[in-house]
Ligand binder design. Structure first.
Ligand SMILES: [Zn+2]
Length: 274
């Protein structure tokens, strides 16, 4: 019998404009970072968690402007509360996941049982437990984990490489960062050297063995990320980090991919500092 959580979300202010929200009672493998960026005219929400409890209601004190909700990709741990937002942005290769959740793209096919994560469309991932219930507490006494469903969201804008998301006083450029999933995107603000990276890179075991992962794409993404002059990376999971760690994570991935026989695209490795 799981206990009832006192509060479903936790909130951590990073600076004047950026806030991290997360769900401490979701198991680590699915515990997504939800990012809120306050803009002059609009707010940005990057990913929305599992949708087990209302993000809008929890964050109402900081969601005081119109909200642009971005999905870095359509895996279930990132899109659960998009249905609460009027404006949702996603890459074309992930849009169906938002519109029609519960399919392969979200990793929760028809046989997904929330009480056993082994039923997700995910092969074993070293470093994360992918078995057992998805929650370690319940949001309310009435909540039935078996009734868990991702609700469909309205896709109002399809974005791709180079598109700009304008908040009035700050703006983010869309980077297409495939590999983990085909339409994974990051958001880059050159002025502050800030990257929201989704699952393209985070400081934990990366996942490139899903049915729609692509290691060759991931290699190109990592070569690109290690050249990005990022001061801080706010990722889809795990703690934020700086440039040095970004390069170390990219290099670790590239080294491992090379061992599996994925050579870097020619001309890029020597440039990258050999
Ligand atoms: Zn993912």
């Amino acid at each position: 019998m799981l206990k009832i959580a006192e509060t479903w979300f936790e909130l951590r202010r990073i600076d004047d404009d950026i806030t991290l929200i997360f769900e401490p009672h979701v198991v680590p493998f699915l515990r997504c970072n939800i990012w809120h960026v306050r803009g002059r005219d609009r707010d940005l929400v990057v990913d929305t968690g599992m949708g087990v409890a209302s993000l809008r209601e929890f964050a109402k004190d900081i969601l005081t402007r119109p909200v642009t909700a971005v999905a870095t990709h359509a895996h279930i741990d990132h899109i659960g509360n998009h249905h609460e937002f009027e404006e949702c942005l996603v890459h074309s290769r992930e849009a169906d996941g938002l519109r029609h959740p519960g399919g392969e793209q979200t990793l929760a096919g028809p046989d997904f049982d929330p009480t056993d994560l082994a039923t997700l469309l995910v092969p074993p991932v070293s470093g994360y437990e992918v078995a057992g219930p998805m929650l370690t507490a319940l949001p309310t006494a009435e909540y039935d984990m078996r009734s868990f469903r991702i609700r469909p969201a309205q896709v109002t804008r399809i974005v791709d490489e180079g598109d700009i998301i304008d908040l009035g006083d700050r703006s983010f450029e869309v980077l297409h960062l495939p590999g983990h999933s085909p339409g994974s995107i990051g958001l880059w603000e050159a002025g502050t050297q800030t990257l929201f990276s989704g699952d393209a890179v985070y400081d934990g075991p990366l996942v490139d063995t899903l049915h729609h992962s692509n290691v060759a794409d991931y290699v190109r993404t990592m070569l690109r990320l290690r050249e990005l002059p990022a001061r801080v990376v706010h990722a889809g999971h795990e703690p934020s980090f700086g440039r040095e760690r970004l390069i170390a994570l990219a290099d670790a991935y590239l080294e491992n991919a090379e061992k599996q026989g994925y050579p870097a695209p020619s001309g890029t490795v020597s440039e990258a500092g050999e």
